[in-house]
Design a protein around this ligand. Sequence first.
Ligand SMILES: [Zn+2]
Length: 274
Amino acid sequence: MAPPPPEFELDSSLGDDLARVAQQLSAAGHVVALTGAGLSVESGIPPFRGPGGLWTKYGEPPMDGYRRFLEDPAAAWRERLSPRAEWALALRDTLAAAEPNAGHRALAEFERIGLLGCVITQNIDDLHAQAGSSNLLEIHGNHRLLRCLECVRRFEPDAIAIDPDDLPPRCPDCGGPVKGDTVQFGEPIPPDVLRRCYAEVERSDCMLVIGTSATVYPAADFPMEVLRRGGCVIEINPTDTDFTASATESLRGPAGALLSRLLDLSKSEAGAAA
Ligand SMILES: [Zn+2]
């Protein structure tokens, strides 16, 4: 998939909307960004479903991945170590080639200058971390990492010795079975991440919803909770979504271009206030 042109011309009618949103961001006490697959499309990662989607092209993966892991963790590990399914190979190659885009970089910079408290992402692609976001909650896990199913500790891949004759690998802390950190179909969201998400959302008076229609639990709860508590929610998506009617503001266009522009405006806003 070709990335969008980097010099995307924003619709000039967006100018007032962007200025207003930049003011809202600067005035907010605790901004949280919620991101989804749409943000990473600009890094060349296709969505799973819909035109050009990985699963549209290669067929849907098994919808009971977690149950299959629990039933036969060794077999699941063998498939992880040498994937055979076409969709799994395509996903592995796509993730390996992807790099953070202007949207990921802008969010990391928003955090660095103190205008963004936290990123909650549904993406597993590691691109927020690579861009430099540090208070990052990956509700569906991170494809690079491993996680103990008992104590939920995460591990870098090289921190766990993997013996192909003795699978699954075991947690060095508690002895629990270790699996990939990516949350599979049928697998509960790890409770530690979920708790931290709700703690961030409870503090938040302004949420950016980027590249997601936020219709799937638990992400769907987060913006609605911010609205219930009187905060504002700013949606950044290329087209209308099911969430649009609820959003306080909606910006239409590619996230990379819109967030870069918002960052510039917010910096001048902060400069003017200083
Ligand atoms: Zn453990």
